[in-house]
Design a protein. Structure first.
Length: 213
């Protein structure tokens, strides 16, 4: 269901959440993550701490919200993705590309949020640590979903390895996308993802040998 079809109360919740994310990312980028208190953030948005904690567990979580929303949505997609007949990694890559494009359907705001969130994570240890914890929990959920849907037991390492390759490729693409353009775009992110996904098979067999001159 799209946001404009939701009940008014739910639309207000989504608007408050989006405003918290946008304001937090802007303040953190301008003044530094540790220099912005939760009281100051809530005052800027004109909400109570109680409202903040109904939406986010911490400052680190609100700073990480754009990418966490992507991975949470992707987890739901994998529950429905057609498995069997194709490499699982290829299915995950297609689902990732579709999820990125869906996240950006509401406009360029998501892309801008991702850029700010990524930059903050690169220079803020507590956000980076939060991201690692989120990644660990989410990867475990992905792995459990794949094992259940494919009928695999816990000794089969292939689902987790496929997920780890997807995560590594996504972060490589994110770094390249953010570094290559002053104003990263959705098309640029999708192009970077496709380029990185394309070299994953070669990376698995990469020896580092120099070609003959």
């Amino acid at each position: 269901m799209t946001a404009d079809l939701l009940p008014l109360r739910e639309r207000k919740k989504l608007k408050t959440r989006a405003t918290l994310v946008d304001t937090a990312l802007t303040l953190f980028a301008e003044r530094g993550f540790d220099q912005v208190t939760l009281d100051e953030l809530c005052a800027e948005v004109e909400v109570s701490k109680r409202t903040f904690f109904r939406n986010f567990a911490s400052k680190e979580e609100v700073a990480s919200a754009p990418l966490e929303a992507l991975w949470t949505g992707l987890l739901g997609d994998v529950e429905q993705a057609p498995l069997g007949g194709r490499p699982v990694l290829a299915v995950l890559q297609d689902a990732m590309l579709a999820a990125v494009e869906r996240m950006a359907e509401g406009g360029p705001e998501w892309v801008a949020r991702v850029r700010l969130s990524h930059e903050l994570s690169q220079r803020t240890p507590s956000i980076a640590a939060h991201g690692l914890q989120f990644c660990d929990r989410t990867s475990a959920a992905f792995e459990a979903t794949l094992r259940r849907r494919l009928g695999l037991d816990a000794r089969d390492q292939r689902p987790r390895l496929a997920l780890d390759l997807l995560v590594a490729a996504f972060h490589a693409a994110l770094r390249g996308w953010a570094a290559r353009s002053a104003e990263p775009t959705l098309d640029g992110l999708v192009t970077e993802l496709r380029a990185v996904f394309a070299v994953v098979p070669a990376a698995v067999t990469f020896t580092g040998d120099r070609p003959d001159s």
